[in-house]
Design a protein around this ligand. Structure first.
Ligand code: ZN
Length: 202
């Protein structure tokens, strides 16, 4: 496939995301994740109801009280399933949106002291300013994959809808090609991701 960086130095943006097969890979992954979630939700629901009922019966609660708790839980679960469905439609819709070119204006890593766990949690934030002046924030796990490889001022492309949505313009400088599907680091000569086997941006 033709790209902006024909040759070996891998500088430039890939034309891969315009490829219908590439978009189809992502659509399949989003649908698969959704299917797993939809199958596992009722199983989790039944387990929670069963545990609640056993505990409640041991404590002498009436069947009526248990049914009440069960219906409240059911409403919560239907709400969660509905939310997942909406986010599926949103994700699928985003894939059709064009990529956004911009510059990294912030690449931050800090520790947050969580009171509940009393543990140090690392937080990550990357902010991109698009060429049109819009700010795009990428947080936590997504930002963590790119943190060591981008610097403020670097030219990047943002791919809406993908789990790891940043494409680095000068891949030869950072020496790695990060998979937009799973966030794994690949060498510059890989055409398929070493971890998930999906095509990488090249
Ligand atoms: Zn991958």
């Amino acid at each position: 496939m033709e790209n902006d960086f024909n040759g070996t130095n891998r500088t430039g943006f890939s034309h891969m995301p315009e490829n219908p097969e590439f978009i189809e890979e992502m659509r399949q992954q989003i649908k698969k994740n959704f299917k797993y979630a939809i199958i596992s939700a009722p199983v989790i629901f039944i387990i929670i109801i069963a545990i609640t009922a056993i505990v409640a019966l041991k404590q002498g609660s009436s069947v009526g009280e248990i049914l009440l708790v069960a219906s409240v839980l059911l409403v919560i679960f239907i709400g969660i399933a509905f939310g997942m469905w909406i986010s599926l439609l949103k994700d699928l819709g985003r894939l059709k949106k064009d990529a956004v070119d911009g510059t990294v204006i912030k690449n931050k890593k800090w520790h947050s002291l969580s009171d509940e766990k009393k543990s140090n949690k690392k937080k990550y934030l990357i902010v991109i300013r698009s060429d049109e002046g819009k700010k795009i924030k990428i947080k936590d796990k997504k930002a963590m994959a790119f943190h060591p490889y981008v610097n403020e001022g670097d030219k990047v492309r943002y791919h809406p809808g993908y789990p790891f949505p940043i494409e680095i313009y000068d891949k030869s400088k950072c020496g790695t090609n990060i998979c937009v599907f799973c966030g794994a680091q690949n060498t510059l000569s890989d055409s398929k991701c070493q971890r998930c086997g999906k095509p990488v941006l090249m």
